[in-house]
Design a protein around this ligand. Structure first.
Ligand code: ADP
Ligand code: DP6
Ligand code: CO
Length: 329
């Protein structure tokens, strides 16, 4: 039984095979499958409390009352949960991101996976991991993967039931996150994805290429090394940015500083280090490396941005009031 309160913690994830395009936006089915690593740092903490007397939902994001699109996305998500639970109750949602919000460090992934766990508990739903992943997907596609520990594969699926993430075995790896700009991106991932599908002449090729890349990445995770995984991930990331830059009007998420980091990573490789760069929809770069080399890679890139080493972490899960309070204070 639920007491009308649900509290959860989740982490962002960085895609090594990118999700960029939807085949069905209403159901949030992706054009192709994807693979990512869920972080062990940059938590999102979310608390949902039902209020049967309230006329509307309230949302507080990072200490401020949310309005506009941010609140609308949470309310739309809660509507899905209410429908599943057969409830009319409005709710008060409080959420805090440790990572920058809307800056290409997957705040929508940590945000909606935490909300999936918190809201489903508040409304008294008992969902297994696949069902939570499917629910999180409805809030933000990438959130489907943050429900899973460590490396996750999101199967595109043809239907709602088939489109969820699950764990995939891979070598132990680290990501060095290089933050160069924590500001909110000019165009959200949602809008940029729409524009790419609608206007890029290369979009069809991108989807086909992602399907092929996914197969190669699955094989590399099973039997390849970090260099093979990194090589596939870096090429694929730049292809995603290429297709994004080819839309009309064009969108460029990578900044001159991001490119400098890609160059610095190539120089590290020339010097014999395992290091491969990737970036989601924003200027901030993640560098894939081995556990043994992570601190040296972070040191080598520290002049180019704020560096943080992250490893594979926990999928979204419930936490207690006391743990949450520390995050909200
Ligand atoms: P990002 O690269 O950070 O994932 P997106 O454009 O995909 O950027 O999504 C950012 C949006 O996700 C925010 O503007 C907000 O609407 C939503 N979001 C971010 N964090 C949270 C959160 N903790 N709870 C609910 N929604 C969130
Ligand atoms: C570049 O999941 O943020 O990070 O599903 O519209 O909420 P919506 O978009 P979102 O897009 C993520 C795009 C990406 C690649 C990835 O995470 O796979
Ligand atoms: Co996002």
């Amino acid at each position: 039984m639920s007491n009308g309160v649900g509290i959860a913690r989740a982490y962002p994830n960085m895609a090594l095979v990118k999700y960029w395009g939807k085949r069905d936006e209403a159901m949030m089915l992706p054009a192709a499958g994807s693979i990512s690593m869920t972080f062990d740092t940059y938590a999102t903490t979310t608390r949902v409390e039902l209020d049967p007397t309230a006329q509307s939902d309230t949302v507080e994001l990072n200490g401020q009352v949310a309005g506009g699109d941010a609140a609308a996305r949470v309310v739309a998500f809660l509507d899905i949960v209410r429908e599943m639970a057969g409830s009319q109750s409005r709710a008060h949602t409080v959420t805090v991101n440790e990572a920058p919000t809307a800056a290409g460090l997957a705040s929508s992934a940590s945000g909606f996976s935490a909300l999936a766990v918190a809201a489903s508990r508040a409304y008294g739903l008992d969902l297994d991991q696949a069902a939570l992943s499917r629910l999180a997907r409805r809030g933000s596609g990438s959130a489907a993967r943050s429900v899973v520990d460590g490396m996750a594969i999101w199967h595109a699926g043809d239907t709602d039931v088939e489109s969820f993430a699950e764990p995939i075995d891979a070598p132990d790896m680290r990501l060095v996150i290089v933050t160069v700009n924590a500001a909110q991106k000019a165009v959200s991932s949602r809008e940029a994805m729409r524009r790419t599908a609608a206007t890029s002449p290369f979009y069809g090729e991108w989807v086909t290429c992602t399907e092929e890349t996914l197969e190669r990445m699955v094989a590399a995770c099973a039997s390849g090394g970090v260099d093979e995984i990194g090589r596939i991930a870096e090429t694929h990331a730049l292809r995603m940015h290429a297709v994004i830059q080819s839309c009309d009007p064009p969108i460029r998420y990578l900044s001159p500083r991001s490119h400098e980091i890609f160059d610095a990573v190539a120089a590290l490789r020339d010097a014999g280090t395992t290091a491969w760069a990737t970036a989601d929809a924003g200027p901030n770069v993640a560098v894939l490396t081995t556990p043994a080399e992570a601190d040296a890679v972070a040191g080598a890139l520290a002049d180019l941005g704020t560096v943080r080493v992250v490893g594979p972490g926990h999928g979204a899960r419930a936490i207690d009031e006391e743990t949450a309070r520390a995050a909200f204070d």
